[in-house]
Design a protein around this ligand. Structure first.
Ligand SMILES: [Zn+2]
Length: 142
């Protein structure tokens, strides 16, 4: 017990003034794990070296005392990967909530002229006015 807290104290002391974990380091270490898994299948010695390089860079960033520089690196990484991360976030959202809620609109057809009308979800009972022929009809939007 005492030893445990002592160790924790030491870790906290060691981490003081150091940068810590961020998305870029997480990515580098995650990529290292992925590369290691690939290395188990492909068995090319270079892959293991690449894996270690990723881990070393990742941990050098975490333990770095140049906080502003590491922060700038992470921001650059977040900027460049915005599109990819956004796409992943969308997939995650869709997996969590299903396809229905990820599409916040219903498509209705006007009963009179067949015009397609986009209605936002979650509005309850609403009157829809067709933008083309001005025909009005009631719908329930859940
Ligand atoms: Zn219409």
């Amino acid at each position: 017990m005492n030893q445990g807290t002592g160790f924790k104290q030491k870790v906290l002391q060691f981490m003081q003034g150091r940068y810590g974990v961020d998305q870029l380091s997480n990515f580098l270490i995650g990529l290292a794990v992925f590369v290691a898994l690939v290395g188990m299948i492909v068995r090319v010695p270079v892959i293991n070296i690449f894996c270690w390089v990723l881990i070393i860079i990742g941990y050098m960033r975490i333990f770095s005392k140049n906080i502003s520089k590491r922060y700038a690196e992470n921001q650059k990484f977040l900027d460049k990967t915005f599109g990819i991360r956004n796409a992943f976030a969308k997939v995650k959202y869709r997996m969590k909530y299903g396809k229905q809620t990820s599409e916040p609109f219903y498509i209705y057809k006007c009963k009179k002229c067949g015009q397609k009308i986009r209605i936002p979800k979650g509005k309850g009972k609403i009157m829809i006015t067709c933008p083309k022929c001005k025909f009005q009809f009631k719908k329930y939007s859940r």
